[in-house]
Ligand binder design. Sequence first.
Ligand SMILES: Nc1ncnc2c1ncn2[C@@H]1O[C@H](COP(=O)(O)OP(=O)(O)OP(=O)(O)O)[C@@H](O)[C@H]1O
Length: 227
Amino acid sequence: MKEIVLELKDASIFQKESLVLSEVSLKIEKGEFVYLIGKTGSGKSSFMKTLYGDLPLQKGEGHIVEFNLKTLKENDIPFLRRKLGIVFQDFKLLPDRNINQNMLFVLKATGWTDKIKMDTQVLNVLEKVGMKTKGFKFPHELSGGEQQRVAIARALLNDPELIIADEPTGNLDPQTSVEVMKVLQEINKAGRTILMATHDYALILKYPAKTIKCDANKVFEVVQRAV
Ligand SMILES: Nc1ncnc2c1ncn2[C@@H]1O[C@H](COP(=O)(O)OP(=O)(O)OP(=O)(O)O)[C@@H](O)[C@H]1O
């Protein structure tokens, strides 16, 4: 039987008191690549925030990696985040330090202490995204696509069980989006599970995968048709 990385049953997603999504039931298995689509304001970010503990799961059931979202405590959140790799549209790299230092900052914050192992892991993840030789550069010295590749490398540092990417190509031109997408595809082929919110239908057509949609306060799987 396949390992389940994420399972929601009849979950409701709220922003404060307002209901954004209801009756959400879905399963994501280890190794899947899943797109999350939907209009602006349909609830994609709220959905993802619930998965990484930024919004509480107030109703329904939710299990992600080894965590129960319903009983998740404030103290559990850093441990949950270590099992997830989170990638944002706006990269969120620290501007005042170079790429290697950005990576080491995350490793230190997540409990790594052995300097040699840390340096090896930084090189290892930068190599996976084709940025091994750019560790000395500052974020502002990199293109948007390179910054996003570094952000993906950062998400890989703690060997996550699930990568949650919220519009990772949203700030990139079409060609650069494809380059970043190729990196995500390679990471997926290596066995990692990826949930990616996107507005980019060209990417979905080029790299078809299971697609779930937020619409009218619901989440459902959509069948892609060849065009
Ligand atoms: N911090 C917040 N406080 C209150 N309401 C919020 C907050 N963030 C989002 N919302 C509301 O929740 C609903 C869903 O927004 P959300 O950002 O999840 O949508 P989205 O599908 O990710 O949109 P986009 O594609 O623009 O990122 C919207 O009605 C929005 O106004």
